[in-house]
Design a protein around this ligand. Structure first.
Ligand code: PLP
Length: 371
């Protein structure tokens, strides 16, 4: 089986599996005052300090959550609660963790959502920066998880410092290939990170929330995470996340070079398939591990995905959270791509894939399209 669905999730690394297996012995409740509890607490805090050091922020600004969905829900709701303005700018190409949260806030009459327009390649306009006010909010992902476009988060962060609006940034896909320096990007109020996108376990993530703005919790019921994310901590998740994070810091550069090599190779081979077009901008700063294509195909994309699966290639149409729905990709739709007689597929690969898999995947795709 060829696994080209790494933007949905990535396999656990051997180091993470070993760390979790060892961690099974670490059973103390970190809130307990005795030494068995304190050992667990020390483990959590050293992981937090390491992450804060690498992000160049304070340990008190790093919270462990159940993943990016929770981080985004928490930060968006906190930003809205803090803000005097209801105006929130966000494109239609964001992840559903953002879009559905905003739909909810609009329903509750807490937010007026203003769409950031995009062109047919998914490139976002930054014209809104000339009208945005100091109490408004912007939510933007650094790399789009379906088409791989790099969005101008540096520009938004520096405008946020100048104008004063709140900037919430989703770096779920980016962090595997780029380090983030929060001292340099001082205009970023909040980051969302998910461990399972870089070979860590699922159900654990990071929320960075910059001091001193108050963070309003989603959950209530304990003093864990300084009362801002209560509930007994996911120790095995934090151990796995910490190990995946440490390996990522050491290997990021090498992983990126390897993945870029796969990408260039795959892109050239894909373009030799008659009628295939690439979706997105596909520039140098695009996500190294994501290629999104439209192919001539008269049935629904899900039928093609099923065929590819039978032939040994795991890919998806877009966000894993919408697969199985017949709606199609909201990102491709928002780019106004003509979908008539075409199917779109996201191929997302990682440093664990090989050039042989690239070659085989193209053969499989060709064969599925011919039959
Ligand atoms: N944001 C982006 C860009 C994503 O790709 C994902 C996951 O696919 C999420 C947010 C949500 O992450 P999680 O499902 O780990 O909460």
């Amino acid at each position: 089986m060829i696994y080209f669905d790494n933007a949905s999730t990535s396999p656990l690394s051997e180091a993470v599996k070993n760390a979790i297996a060892e961690g099974l012995e670490t059973y103390g409740n970190p809130s307990s005052l005795h030494q068995i509890g304190r050992q667990t607490k020390a483990l959590i805090e050293s992981t937090r300090r390491q992450i804060a050091k690498d992000l160049n922020c304070l340990p008190a600004e790093v919270f462990f959550t159940s993943g990016a969905t929770e981080s985004l829900n928490t930060s968006i709701r906190a930003a809205v609660a803090n803000s005097k303005s209801k105006k929130l700018y966000c494109s239609d190409l964001e992840h559903y963790a953002v879009l559905d949260t905003l739909d909810n806030l609009v329903e509750e009459n807490q937010v007026e959502r203003i769409a950031i327009p995009n062109d047919h390649n998914g490139v976002l306009s930054t014209d809104f920066l000339s009208v945005i006010g100091p109490d408004d909010t912007v939510v933007m992902m650094a790399h789009n998880n379906e088409i791989g476009n790099r969005n101008p988060i540096e520009k938004i962060a520096s405008a946020s410092q100048e104008i004063g609006f709140t900037f919430i940034c989703d770096v779920v896909q980016t962090i595997a290939y780029e380090s983030i320096d929060l001292k340099e990007l001082e205009g970023i109020q909040s980051l969302a990170i998910s461990s399972h996108k870089f070979n860590g376990p699922k159900g654990i993530g990071i929320l960075f929330w910059r001091n001193p703005k108050p963070l309003k919790p989603l959950l209530f019921g304990g003093s864990q995470e300084r009362g801002l994310r209560p509930g007994t901590e996911n120790i095995l998740g934090i151990i796995g996340l910490g190990t995946a994070w440490k390996d990522l810091q050491e290997e990021r550069g090498n992983r990126k070079a390897r993945v870029l090599d796969l990408r260039n190779n795959l892109k050239d081979k894909l373009l030799s398939i008659s009628g295939l077009v690439l979706n997105g901008i596909n520039s140098e700063d695009s996500h190294p591990g994501i290629l999104n294509v439209s192919v001539p195909y008269s049935d629904r994309t899900s039928v093609l995905l099923f065929q590819l699966d039978l032939l040994g290639l795991c890919v998806s149409e877009g966000s894993a959270c919408t697969s199985g729905s017949s709606q199609g990709s909201h990102v491709i739709k928002a780019m106004n791509k003509n979908r008539e007689g075409r199917a779109n597929i996201r191929l997302s690969f990682s440093h664990l894939n090989t050039i042989e898999e690239v070659e085989e995947s193209v053969k499989i795709l060709q064969s599925a399209l011919e039959n």
